[in-house]
Design a protein around this ligand. Structure first.
Ligand SMILES: Cc1cc2nc3c(=O)[nH]c(=O)nc-3n(C[C@H](O)[C@H](O)[C@H](O)COP(=O)(O)O)c2cc1C
Length: 321
């Protein structure tokens, strides 16, 4: 049966598939515009970018598609407010935010008519986000890549949050690798859509280096670990030499703060620097964020091939009308 569309505020994506925002410069317009063009919601990772760069990328994405373009900005960023206001000024359709909780963002959303989508990992924050005016809520579970707000699996966490969110679309994220799982989350768990990210790193369009994609493709189940981050949350990443050094406590505090990206940073290493090293493909020194189920992915596809595969698989088993 045909999948239903996903409507968030005034925006409707024909396919209920959100591409998760990925910083720094992992999900740019190069990825998000084709996602939107395929009928999903394309999300630019806005955290730690200069405001002007983010605005230029939003404008570029909007010129490439008439589909829905979001920007993801972590509340933990020092220039959170400027990135939000800059994104709205540049014409982004909606703001997605997580890694901390901002109450002010909902007022900005109301004042500027911009839907605010909250990423949460607990029923309490889901309820709060809905009460404050979130236009949709993303449930991000422990299988997700990058910074994590929970150690609970998607199939345990989602039902708890489904019970408390009554009015707005609820989207499931973390470890989803194919359309059968997408249909399962929608049919059996009552999700209004799913968010996936790691699968989109392994696309031709994703802006990271080929070496980054190869690190993910080579990762076996036991190579994906939790590591520490100066953000103060655990992060899911590939167990590369840098991550092993971190686990051994071998990383020295950065001498000076070059990027000044976080509101609160414990400086045990520079996260912006390490993520950019990974982007360039520096296996020894980079930090390669990934979802837990990357080991189930064995190929680099185009964004359209990912969509065709997900939709074909999901619609072959999806039953809700
Ligand atoms: C490389 C990478 C970078 C990420 N960066 C961010 C980010 O900047 N902000 C955020 O809220 N989530 C971030 N995430 C999480 C994703 O948006 C998404 O919710 C999650 O990875 C979904 O699980 P999946 O990768 O198993 O599909 C990142 C994930 C990856 C793999």
């Amino acid at each position: 049966m045909k999948l239903p569309p996903l409507t968030i505020g005034p925006f409707t994506a024909p396919i209920p598939l959100v591409q998760g925002g990925m910083s720094i410069r992992v999900s740019t317009s190069a990825l998000s515009a084709p996602v939107a063009e395929c009928g999903g919601i394309g999300t630019i990772g806005g955290s730690a970018l200069p405001v002007e760069e983010l605005q230029a990328d939003i404008r570029k994405a909007k010129s490439m598609t008439k589909g829905v373009i979001a920007v993801n900005i972590m509340f933990a960023m020092k220039n959170f407010y400027n990135l939000v206001m800059g994104s709205i000024e540049a014409g982004v359709d909606m703001i997605v935010t997580g890694a901390g909780f901002s109450r002010d963002i909902f007022k900005i959303g109301k004042d500027t008519n911009t839907p605010i989508v909250s990423i949460v990992s607990s029923p309490a924050f889901a309820r709060l986000a809905e009460n404050l005016g979130a236009a949709a809520i993303i449930v991000e579970a422990k299988e997700a890549g990058g910074h994590l707000g929970t150690d609970v699996s998607l199939r345990e966490l989602f039902p708890e949050i489904r019970k408390v969110v009554k009015k707005v679309p609820l989207i499931a994220a973390g470890g989803i690798t194919n359309g059968y799982e997408m249909a399962e989350l929608m049919d059996k768990y009552g999700a209004d859509g799913v968010q996936i990210a790691t699968r989109f790193v392994l696309t031709k369009e994703c802006a990271v280096s080929d070496e980054f994609k190869q690190v993910l493709l080579n990762a076996k189940k036991e190579d994906v670990v939790l590591t520490t981050s100066p953000v103060g949350l655990p992060g899911r990443a590939v167990n590369t030499p840098f991550v092993r050094k971190l686990a051994l406590g071998e990383i020295m505090k950065a001498k000076e703060c070059l990027h000044k990206c976080l509101k609160k940073c414990d400086h045990h290493y520079c996260i912006s620097d390490r993520l950019m090293k990974a982007h360039r493909g520096d296996y020894e020194e980079g930090l390669f964020f990934t979802g837990e189920n990357v080991y189930k992915m064995h190929d680099i596809l185009t964004v359209k091939e990912v969509f065709d595969q997900f939709v074909r698989q999901a619609e072959s088993v999806y039953k809700e009308s």
